[in-house]
Ligand binder design. Structure first.
Ligand code: IPE
Ligand code: IPE
Ligand code: MG
Length: 248
């Protein structure tokens, strides 16, 4: 047995360094108001702004947001078109604000399904924000956790064939280094809004030891206070990482 550190962890050390959110419930928010689903998605953008700002203020290192899953492509052409348009508008309108707030951006997922204009704007936004050193904002667009794992396997297979990687040396750390979130701290807290208790193919590899938090609140109603409640719940957890139960 290794020696335990006798010093209790400070609150700062316990603070979630990486928060990931499945932003769900936009459609239900709109439908309950007899509004088109699009207005729920638009309202959801305001929640994104609030949460990004709040995470930056709290000193969170990375915030990963599930904006569009690979399965969401199966929605009606109308809704997919609308979501793509909203993504484009957000990229156009928000990049400068992110720049001013010292926020860095990374977009993960299979971007090949997006229009060339969206791909270019996404790329430009990442470049424009690359020199910022505040909150790392990661947006998952046309993302699937299974896709991420398969991509990592593919990259490693190609390097093995090239002789860059010895297959005998493939281990967890090497696999991790080829995933979309390789450069970011481990996901401490995963939040899902809207009452669904499932992962829906969001981060899979990355949530091996994340704390999970589910709230019935619909994404357009999610605000700073709701995030504080999730973080409070995170602080109350006894993260054991497989070790025996004991004093915190
Ligand atoms: C989440 O809201 C946003 C996306 C999946 C793009 P939904 O559109 O899934 O809303 P509900 O779940 O139908 O209420
Ligand atoms: C997950 O929500 C995807 C996003 C929030 C972007 P969905 O609404 O697509 O998930 P399911 O269909 O309820 O599992
Ligand atoms: Mg949903």
């Amino acid at each position: 047995m290794t020696e335990k550190n006798p010093e209790p962890l400070s609150d700062e050390q316990l603070a979630p360094q990486h928060i990931a959110i499945i932003m769900d419930g936009n459609g239900r928010w709109a439908e309950s108001r007899h509004l088109p689903r699009s207005s729920g998605h638009q309202k959801g953008v305001q929640s994104v702004r609030r949460v990004v700002k709040h995470c930056a203020k709290l000193g969170v290192n990375t915030l990963t947001l599930f904006a569009f899953s690979s399965e969401n492509l199966n929605r009606s052409n109308e809704e997919v078109g609308l979501l793509f348009k909203l993504f484009l508008t957000v990229l156009k309108n928000e990049t400068k604000k992110l720049k001013d707030n010292n926020i860095k951006l990374k977009i993960i997922g299979d971007l090949s399904v997006f229009t060339p204009e969206i791909q270019r704007l996404a790329n430009d936004a990442e470049k424009q924000l690359a020199s910022n050193d505040g909150l790392n904002l990661v947006v998952a667009a046309n993302y699937g956790g299974q896709w991420d794992i398969a991509e990592s396997a593919k990259k490693i297979a190609v390097k093995s064939l090239n002789g860059e990687i010895n297959p005998e040396k493939i281990d967890i750390a090497l696999f991790q280094a080829h995933t979309s979130l390789a450069e970011h701290p481990k996901v401490d807290l995963l939040i899902r809004t809207s009452g669904e208790i499932r992962i829906s193919n969001f981060l899979l590899w990355d949530i091996a030891y994340s704390e999970l938090y589910f709230t019935k609140t619909l994404w357009p109603d999610f605000d700073e206070n709701e995030l504080d409640l999730a973080i409070e719940s995170f602080h109350s957890r006894d993260r054991r990482f497989g070790e025996q139960n004991g004093e915190k």
